[in-house]
Ligand binder design. Structure first.
Ligand code: UDP
Length: 260
């Protein structure tokens, strides 16, 4: 169902690939996954048919696996083909990028050929701000501008490295190289006053670089960014290898039911 024809409910925020609605209970939100794709800070726009359905499912699967190893996330449960229930958090405006293999901006910046294995995983921070094109930042900027405390940076770094180790193994098991990915964190305010840092946003081929181990074929949003074609197929192949492609195939990917 197109977002405009969905039953009325309060829209909190519309992003490039998702819409956030008020959830059914206080402290919850509904995350709706669109088929819209953007790249180069909105300069390139398009639609990837079925992407929202696949990312909803892939992100659910990965967040649940991470919960199993003790990583706290905002994910509660999937509601339907395109929507998931999440906890309302205060998003920290810092994008944490973890890299195992050189690609994209790091290759360009430091003239490292794409595909070069990095001597150790590199973590970078970017300020989440579209108008400014997500500029790279250091810990000094994060604490200096009050975006997060030193303790929170420490926790984000430790969680991100653990997530990286776990996801690298998970993907390697299905012959996929986890080249790099972007994470976002949020503060979850508990009723007793505790503030917990949790993984938020989504984990999908939209914000990970995933390459086939044997052929280095790209199975992520770079297919869209670089006009490589077979975008839908690549996202589906990731879901298929994870063992979560809807049984009835693409037919399932068309229809959605939405929750009021
Ligand atoms: N990324 C993202 N959102 C952004 C920027 C980057 O999800 O706003 C992801 C991107 O998909 C890749 C990783 O972070 O998996 C590293 O991206 P890079 O810095 O190479 O940027 P890009 O090539 O997208 O300019």
């Amino acid at each position: 169902m197109h977002p405009l024809t969905m039953p009325r409910r309060k829209q909190i925020f519309e992003g490039k690939a998702k819409i956030l609605f008020q959830g059914p209970e206080p402290g919850t939100l509904v995350q709706y996954f669109k088929d819209d794709a953007t790249a180069f800070n909105n300069k390139k726009r398009g639609t990837i048919t079925g992407k929202g359905v696949l990312n909803n499912r892939i992100s659910e699967y990965l967040m649940l696996r991470l919960e199993e190893i003790g990583i706290a996330t905002h994910f509660v449960r999937r509601l339907n083909m395109r929507e998931q229930l999440v906890r309302e958090v205060e998003i920290i405006p810092v994008e944490v990028v973890v890299r195992n293999v050189a690609a994209g901006s790091i290759s360009k910046k430091f003239a490292i050929p794409e595909g070069t294995r990095l001597p150790r995983s590199i973590v970078e921070y970017y300020y989440k701000n579209d108008e400014l094109d997500d500029p790279p930042i250091s810990e000094e900027h994060i604490t200096g501008f009050g975006w997060a405390t030193i303790q929170e940076i420490d926790e984000m770094l430790n969680m991100s490295l653990r997530i990286n180790d776990f996801l690298m193994g998970l993907f390697l098991g299905i012959s996929i190289k986890l080249v790099d990915f972007k994470l976002e964190y949020g503060r979850l305010y508990h009723d007793n006053g505790d503030i917990q840092l949790v993984l938020a946003d989504e984990l999908s081929p939209d914000n990970c670089r995933l390459w086939d181990v044997h052929t280095d074929e790209k199975m992520d949003k770079d297919r869209f960014r670089r006009d490589l074609g077979k975008i839908e197929e690549a996202y589906q192949e990731v879901a298929r290898r994870l063992g979560i492609l809807p049984e009835s195939g693409p037919g399932d990917i068309q229809g959605t039911t939405t929750l009021q």
